[in-house]
Design a protein around this ligand. Structure first.
Ligand SMILES: Nc1nc2c(ncn2[C@@H]2O[C@H](COP(=O)(O)OP(=O)(O)OP(=O)(O)O)[C@@H](O)[C@H]2O)c(=O)[nH]1
Ligand SMILES: *[C@@H]1O[C@H](CO)[C@@H](O)[C@H](O)[C@H]1NC(C)=O
Ligand SMILES: *[C@@H]1O[C@H](CO)[C@@H](O)[C@H](O)[C@H]1NC(C)=O
Ligand SMILES: *[C@@H]1O[C@H](CO)[C@@H](O)[C@H](O)[C@H]1NC(C)=O
Ligand SMILES: [Mg+2]
Length: 356
């Protein structure tokens, strides 16, 4: 299925965190002395003074969380705090499905977070835990499919329906979540995602300066067991949407399954590429364009895709970017991010600072 990563699980300790906090401070100083947007903004400053100090975009780090995985989430958040140099203290949004709903549960979690990453619990300046928000999602099974496992007989029954809801959420719903309405870019992390070393740039700044719509670390394949019917679904959609078909035809990185010269290949046996999107940066408005929304609507109209066949958000992210983006111009492979997630092997590429 997936290639096991060689990178060992990393434990963050205070001894590594402290030097990197200093590093973060120096990043902050660097950015305040060379603000990358001052030059363009100052042109407008005499006319729209109130905008002069506003960043030209907003951002958020997002997670989908479970109380049962609180410990690994704490590790992951600590790695975000220690290793991700961001120009602004963007919110950390924890989407949950009810288990974090009670105030005492949230307070407990935030107390553990403060304990883990240090810092005063009630400082007047914003510390990391003050940036954390809990946002509840209502997950209901869609109409049109059986609502019991026995009748539906889903792929991956042991993780049904949570994992399947997760795939539907990250494939289509997240772009329209009200909390993200005014957010330009989100950076997704999973509870089992970790940064291992400091990054030499702010990835939101890279997305913004390079005008990208999608940022990723690596590309793999999803197993045919969890993409049953997906190739045919894509082919049918392209067949009824000539602009999508010609766009895919023109892409140098898109490849339809090709039949063997003598005989036929079952498309359900052909793996589909997928981004390792347990880390990703998304420019939300690009995924809300009407033609993309139409594709999402089509997906949602076939609820078996997510809920029976367990189509994943990783291949669907790949397919969606291929259908609607110029892969060369609109997507960015983000280099120099030392990152760990189980079963993903990501080839390293050099970290190039944005403002050397
Ligand atoms: N609330 C909630 N979150 C979930 C559920 N299943 C997965 N998630 C979250 O969705 C993200 C992805 O889930 P993972 O289980 O890590 O998915 P994966 O990496 O594809 O699969 P693994 O190889 O098992 O790690 C993580 O942040 C999980 O915490 C669920 O049933 N409920
Ligand atoms: C934090 O706030 C609580 C009440 O809001 C107060 O009792 C406590 O003394 C404060 N602690 C510090 C270190 O300021
Ligand atoms: C895409 O390519 C296929 C195979 O070469 C061709 O049959 C089809 O007409 C093309 N579609 C468009 C819209 O260009
Ligand atoms: C490949 O085989 C399938 C049947 O398995 C057929 O429907 C399809 O048209 C064939 N495609 C090409 C490009 O020959
Ligand atoms: Mg995972």
């Amino acid at each position: 299925m997936a290639i096991p990563s060689l990178v060992p699980q990393c434990t963050l300790t205070r001894t590594v965190v402290v030097p990197f906090v200093l590093l973060l401070i120096s990043f902050t100083l660097l950015f305040s002395f060379h603000p990358p947007f001052k030059a363009t903004l100052s042109k407008f400053a005499p006319f729209i003074t109130s905008h002069a100090t506003h960043p030209p975009y907003t951002a958020a780090v997002v997670y989908l969380v479970r109380l049962s995985h609180a410990d690994e989430l704490l590790e992951s958040l600590a790695s975000v705090n220690a290793f991700l140099p961001l120009r602004d203290p963007w919110p950390i949004i924890l989407f949950h499905t009810g288990d974090f709903d009670d105030t005492p549960v949230q307070d407990d979690f935030l107390a553990s977070l403060r304990k883990k990453i240090g810092g005063p619990s009630n400082n007047s300046i914003m510390d990391f835990s003050d940036r954390v928000e809990f946002v509840k999602l209502d997950w209901v099974l869609p109409e049109g499919i059986p609502h019991t496992k026995e009748e539906l007989d889903p792929v991956s029954p042991s993780s049904w329906p949570g994992y399947h809801h997760m795939c539907a959420f990250y494939s289509t719903k997240i772009f329209f979540n009200p909390r993200l309405r005014d957010v330009t870019y989100y950076l997704r992390m999973d509870t089992d995602s970790l940064f291992l070393e400091p990054l030499c740039y702010d990835p939101f700044e890279v997305m913004h300066l390079h005008q990208r719509s999608y940022g990723y670390l690596g590309i793999g394949n999803d197993a045919p067991q969890v993409t049953k019917g997906l190739w045919n679904f894509i082919r049918d959609y392209a067949g009824s949407h000539p602009e999508v078909e010609s766009h895919l035809n023109a892409s140098t990185t898109w490849k339809w399954p090709s039949n063997f010269t003598n005989g036929e290949v079952d498309w359900d046996d052909v793996p589909i590429h997928g981004y390792y999107n347990n880390f990703e940066i998304v420019k939300l408005e690009e995924f809300r364009k009407p033609e993309v929304e139409e594709w999402f609507y089509h997906l949602v109209q076939y609820p078996e895709g997510f809920y029976k066949w367990r189509w994943g958000d990783a291949p669907l992210r790949w397919v969606t970017t291929q259908m609607f983006f110029d892969m060369e111009r609109d997507t960015e492979r983000l280099c120099g991010i030392h990152y760990y997630h189980p079963y993903n092997y990501i080839e390293q590429c050099e970290c190039v600072p944005l403002h050397p």
